[in-house]
Design a protein around this ligand. Sequence first.
Ligand code: SAM
Length: 246
Amino acid sequence: MSSEWSASERPSERRAATRTAVVQDALDPLLDADTLSVLDIGGGTGGLAVRIAARGHEVVVVDPSPDALASLDRRAREAGVADRVTGRQGDLSDLPGLVPAGSVDLVLCHGVLEIVGDPVDALSRIADVLRPGGRLSLLVAQRYAAVVARAMVGQFVAARELLDETGSHGRAGRRFTVTELEALLEGAGLVAERVQGVRVFADLVPGSLVDAEPGSAQALVDLERAVAERPELRPLATQLHLLARR
Ligand SMILES: C[S@@+](CC[C@H](N)C(=O)[O-])C[C@H]1O[C@@H](n2cnc3c(N)ncnc32)[C@H](O)[C@@H]1O
């Protein structure tokens, strides 16, 4: 299955695979096993939702943006999966009215916990809609990579503030450490089963380097896979991906 995400001939898709392959690797065993009821909270225009629906799963996307939901509808129709993808306008605080409690096999929360008002409340609402034994796939920005990125361009004060989250979050929102995430999940009654660093090298190397050399993108994907679960390199990861069970 992983080849679908990494062996594309198109440069843009090859580069995307260097950023997403390890998340897909973690999701693949779940998506290959059974037909799932999936909730993509903050799923935006539905890139991931539509790919998951194309594998036979039922996906509900909840997002506050009507424009994103319109794009989702178009994308789902074009992919021939409109009957398995439902868009609902709302945000995390609306979840209890949009999705029955205890009904979802898999919640995707990718790139959203950074920008919600209250991450503790957000995770407890997600836990409520999961069935017992259901999984949460949580993808968030990792703090220390952003500290390094700021320091490397001379933004030393911003790097210092970000180190201990003493400044404002800005437009990109919060960034998390593994310890913080594990505590947040535990508080919501969820058990972290797998933690991966995502984009450990992918954002550090110039795209031209990946495009120039045949086989380079695949070698970078392989490197990302090799380091994803190595804690010593985790502070370099742009994102953290956690799978948690209710
Ligand atoms: C960075 S995008 C991530 C989109 C998609 N999940 C992905 O990984 O590509 C954040 C998405 O969260 C949505 N969003 C913003 N605030 C939200 C909230 N309080 N609850 C749910 N979704 C929210 C936005 O409309 C946007 O589509």
